[in-house]
Design a protein around this ligand. Structure first.
Ligand SMILES: Cc1ncc(C[n+]2csc(CCOP(=O)(O)OP(=O)(O)O)c2C)c(N)n1
Ligand code: SF4
Ligand SMILES: [Mg+2]
Length: 433
């Protein structure tokens, strides 16, 4: 191919460095003769973010500062692609951590920083690279912040190829080509002029670029070049998988039918260690095996092995768009700490609802149909599942076979046996209620 540009002219202000850099990028692509179908041009936001649409490669345009994160995902999903990012100095500030992380991983992405020392698109505000004393829309008295050394930052964090240059450099396209050919993470910090804002506000010229480099003791050319393993290849080696290959779906196919004729909610209030969350998850899976939609939320303190553990499950024949519960149809109280979390539900329960409690809460007053269940036979850790099984039997919403199947499909044999027994205990208890 003799060009990777399409026929549209660039939209930039006269003299804007962005046009120069993009012409060098085009020359580099021509030199490398990359397959445009296997090349992805990821653009950031700002004037630089307009760039991708003038090229015939694949493109991706997203949020400000996130281009490197997108590029990382694209490379990881398909390591055969050449992924090139065009981002401004503004994007480097907003998405600086993505740059650092990409460098740490040495992911095979090439980043071209279109460094014009200000936010061009939004009116010339200062950025992380604005030189000391720089006059911008947001630093009228001169910039007081130390400018970020983009090259040193990524080099010290593991980037394999790092170079600083200027939009006016004759050999810029060669450096860009070198960077693209480098297998790991490569970055070029390319200094240039924003002729609408930074240059006129600071009488900044080509010479001023060089003077600023010396004043900041910065050098140009290839600053760092080392051979390091590239992340997407390492990932495939370490995990023995091809990123991007389709996973085998392990869906829960409908095999049972449910007696559910409306949207219902079940709240299970217990304590840490009482397997409340796993019992609620099994309930949701059993519902799915019956072709019922299920939403499941948990509430527990950050210190996971102590305190309350409350799970809320919403079941419906239709998709569940709202999983909030103002009044549960079934409330199961298993422990004091769980009880304290759900007391607000108690006055709302009506005679249509069910309240299942272990014997120590037999005294709770409620308008609901109260059932005291002693699930001690199932063991303290399995009481939640046993009472859920009993509740499903009493309400007729889900068959116990669906719960048993959810256990068999998702649990290790030793654990499955214990849980299947809990269901059997629950079904037995339901008969006596
Ligand atoms: C998160 C976020 N903050 C702010 C903006 C507004 N915004 C759009 S372009 C821009 C400045 C872009 O500056 P730079 O990345 O240096 O690109 P240039 O315009 O100089 O090419 C800003 C701040 C945005 N789009 N997203
Ligand atoms: S505002 Fe600045 S960065 Fe944007 S196109 Fe104009 S000169 Fe270029
Ligand atoms: Mg800029």
């Amino acid at each position: 191919m003799d060009t990777y540009r399409n026929s549209s002219p660039y939209p930039f202000c006269p003299g804007c460095g962005h046009s120069l850099i993009l012409d060098h990028l085009n020359a580099a692509l021509v030199k490398l003769q990359l397959d445009p179908h296997k090349t992805v041009f990821v653009s950031d936001i700002g004037c630089v973010g307009l760039a991708d649409q003038y090229f015939v490669t694949n493109t991706f345009h997203g949020l400000h500062g996130r281009s490197v994160a997108y590029a990382t995902g694209i490379k990881l999903a398909n390591p055969e692609l050449k992924v090139i990012v065009a981002m401004g100095d503004g994007g480097c500030g907003i998405g600086g951590t993505h740059l650092i992380n990409a460098a740490r991983r040495n992911i095979g992405v090439t980043v071209l920083v279109f460094n014009n020392f200000n936010f061009g698109m939004t009116g010339g505000e200062h950025s992380v690279t604005t030189p000391p004393g720089g006059i911008t829309a947001t630093t009228r008295g001169g910039n007081l912040e130390r400018p970020l050394d983009v090259c040193a930052t990524v080099a010290v964090n593991g980037a394999g190829y790092v170079c600083r240059g200027m939009a006016f450099d004759k050999d810029l396209s060669d450096r860009i080509a070198e960077a693209i050919q480098y297998e790991g993470f490569s970055l070029l910090d390319i200094w240039e002029l924003c002729t609408a804002y930074y240059a006129p506000n600071n009488k900044f010229s080509r010479k001023a670029l060089t003077d600023t480099l010396s004043a900041l003791h910065l050098t140009t050319g290839v600053i760092h070049h080392e051979a390091r393993p590239e992340y997407s290849a390492e990932y495939r080696r370490a995990y023995g998988v091809e990123p991007g290959t389709k996973r085998v779906e392990q869906g829960l196919e409908t095999r049972f039918s449910s007696g559910l004729d409306r949207k219902v909610s079940i709240v299970v209030a217990g304590s840490a260690g009482g397997k409340v969350r796993s019992a609620a998850r099994l309930l949701g899976q059993a519902a799915t095996l019956c072709g019922v939609w299920a939403a499941h939320r948990d509430n527990y303190p950050v210190t996971v092995s102590t305190g309350h553990s409350v799970s809320e499950v919403v079941l419906s024949q239709q998709e569940v768009y709202y999983a909030g519960i103002s009044r549960p149809d079934v409330l199961i109280v298993l422990s004091e700490s769980g009880y304290k979390q759900v007391t607000h539900y108690l006055p709302r329960l009506t005679s249509d609802d069910w309240l299942f409690v272990v014997p120590e809460f037999a005294g709770i007053e409620s308008a609901a149909r109260k059932t005291v269940i002693d699930a001690a036979r199932a063991g303290r850790r399995n009481a939640a599942l046993a009472i859920i099984a009993a509740a499903m039997q009493i309400t007729g919403w889900l068959p116990k076979e669906a719960l048993a199947e959810a256990i068999r499909l998702g649990q290790r044999a030793e654990l499955a046996e214990e849980n299947l027994q809990a269901i059997a205990v629950g079904a037995e208890l339901a008969k006596n209620c």
